[in-house]
Design a protein around this ligand. Structure first.
Ligand SMILES: [Zn+2]
Length: 174
């Protein structure tokens, strides 16, 4: 099945009334703020967005997005493959639904002058929030740590000196 492009801006109140869903792509090249964190071009993002009305009658935007990007490891500087994904629930702020009336798990969001929200921007914000502040390879995979471990193996006596049992052994002998 060919994926469609998720629209940039939609009216979330109307969309919720119609319970619209989008399963599609967001072009990675449009997400310039996210791109600034990456060392390779951002691939297209897989996104699922559902507009709904919850049991309390609150109109919500539920979404999931995922993409695998390449960032620089902060420890060794080499490129690092980083899968990122996010789940979110936003509720548009309108005359009828105020931020203070919403459950805590909903992120209140203002509408623009056309009464719309920017879905690409929401997904970009959410993905950026889930990115690690200091991305690092797993210790086994990182070049720097691998080097450090080799050094450690060259000097096994360093550990023996600090062994508390060695102290006990010497006490017993006295
Ligand atoms: Zn690394």
């Amino acid at each position: 099945m060919q994926k469609v492009r998720v629209p940039i801006s939609v009216d979330p109140v109307k969309s919720a009334g119609k319970q619209l869903s989008y399963l599609g792509l967001i072009p990675g090249k449009n997400l310039v703020r996210l791109q600034e964190l990456l060392v390779e071009a951002c691939p297209d993002i897989d996104a699922q967005i559902h507009f709904d009305v919850d049991e309390q009658g609150i109109k919500v935007i539920r979404g999931h997005a995922e993409v695998t990007v390449v960032v620089a490891c902060e420890r060794c500087g080499d490129p690092m493959i980083l899968p990122v994904q996010c789940d979110f629930v936003y509720a548009p702020i309108t005359k009828r639904q105020k931020a203070t009336d919403m459950p805590e798990e909903y992120e209140p969001i203002d509408l623009d002058e056309l009464g719309e929200v920017n879905l690409h921007q929401i997904v970009e914000d959410e993905l950026m929030l889930t990115m690690p502040v200091v991305p690092k390879h797993d210790e086994q995979a990182c070049r720097i740590k691998a080097d450090a471990m080799q050094w450690g193996e060259l000097d096994p006596s360093a550990e023996a000196k600090e062994n508390p049992f060695a102290v006990l052994q010497s006490l017993k002998r006295k």
